[in-house]
Write a protein that binds this ligand. Structure first.
Ligand code: CP3
Length: 332
């Protein structure tokens, strides 16, 4: 257990907790080395020894407070027997769905397919390097998973094929059931916090939020709380973070870089995470730290976990990450 959990529990902490989305990833040469020898990304996620090594890579370099398991939100479609590939310069590419077959998939089959992830968590949570630190497990939110499964690639807009799909409702229920299985197994294996990534929350109009975002995410958050584990929700670019927090009731909220942090600080009482634009890590040190300071000052009277408004970009120099972490840790 670490200071990120303490912060979410509203306890006082000695320094600002910090970790980064995509902290294990392509900006690290040691990751690229492993990745170049493992061309199948899903298989790499399903290799407990290698994914443990990748999970811990950023902790060997930086004084950060948590590891996030090296995995992907698209392992849920994979568990439901939809093929998932990553094409260079294209992103994820998913296969056709067989609804009838998909609905027959059992809990045993799902946990069997995803078992290497639970092995990874068991192996990693025992590692000395995570003493007094958190191990963050995660899932994609129901809406974001639904979009990937029906659109079969990252979406640009939300079309009728997604919102009016005759199998949409049944598929959502199957996704929720699978998310619960996956969260429960991650927690039993040693994940101390669960983050819920809703990367495509910003693409939905207000009138659809209840059905596709608030209702299913509330159910998942409630389920996770009942397991005794805290949730951080990241509904990227959602129209109103305040309304989302009031309805979904996550334990902490992760904000994107387009939302005005001053307004968020005024409106939201629960612990807040993130916000800084990852592009600042590509700029001069002075510019980067000035922006970091802005977030640290705005949230100085709040429970705040330092993080970015989206994942670290592949072009980032790891030395800048190091400088940023030191700055956050020394901030008083
Ligand atoms: O944050 C971490 O370090 C933990 C691991 C993690 C990955 N993906 C590894 C990954 C996490 C938490 C994710 C979440 C994820 N995956 C999201 C939600 C967050 C977000 O970015 O909005 C989404 C939408 C996905 C789906 C996904 N996976 C996409 C769109 C891509 C391709 C985009 C890209 O960056 O190339 C991936 C691949 C992926 N997942 C990589 C990593 C390190 C890059 C793999 C590679 O090509 O080497």
């Amino acid at each position: 257990m670490g200071i990120i959990k303490d912060c979410i529990n509203k306890k006082n902490v000695d320094s600002i907790p910090v970790w980064f989305m995509r902290q294990a990833g392509r900006y690290l040469p040691e990751f690229r080395k492993i990745r170049s020898k493992n061309t199948n990304f899903i298989n790499l996620c399903l290799n407990p020894e290698l994914s443990k090594e990748i999970t811990l890579q950023p902790l060997k370099r930086f004084n950060i407070d948590a590891a996030i398991i090296f995995s992907d939100i698209l392992l849920i479609p994979y568990a439901l027997n939809q093929s998932v590939e990553f094409k260079k310069n294209f992103g994820p590419n998913l296969g056709f769905l067989n609804f009838e077959e998909l609905l027959k998939i059992t809990e045993e089959e799902i946990t069997k397919k995803l078992n290497p992830i639970y092995e990874l968590i068991k192996l990693t949570s025992k590692d000395e390097i995570l003493k007094n630190k958190d191990l963050i497990g995660f899932v994609g939110a129901t809406w974001t998973i639904l979009v990937y499964m029906l659109n079969r690639q990252s979406p640009k807009i939300i079309n009728k094929e997604i919102l009016e799909n005759p199998n949409g409702k049944t598929l959502m229920r199957k996704i929720i059931d699978t998310q619960k299985i996956h969260i429960k197994k991650q927690v039993e294996s040693g994940a101390s916090i669960i983050q819920i990534f809703d990367s495509w929350a910003g693409l939905l109009n207000e009138d659809k939020l209840e059905e596709y975002i608030y209702k299913p995410t509330f159910e998942i958050v409630e389920f996770t709380k009942n397991l005794g584990v805290k949730t951080i929700c990241f509904p990227r670019s959602i129209k109103s973070y305040k309304k989302y927090c009031d309805i979904v009731k996550p334990d902490a909220i992760s904000i994107d870089y387009e939302v005005n942090p001053t307004k968020i600080a005024e409106k939201i009482d629960i612990p807040i995470q993130g916000g800084m634009d990852p592009k600042y890590l590509l700029l001069e040190e002075k510019e980067m730290l000035k922006n970091a300071k802005k977030y640290l000052e705005i949230f100085s009277n709040h429970k705040y976990i330092f993080n970015l408004g989206h994942g670290i970009m592949p072009e980032t120099d790891p030395e800048n990450v190091k400088t940023l972490v030191k700055f956050v840790k020394d901030f008083k």
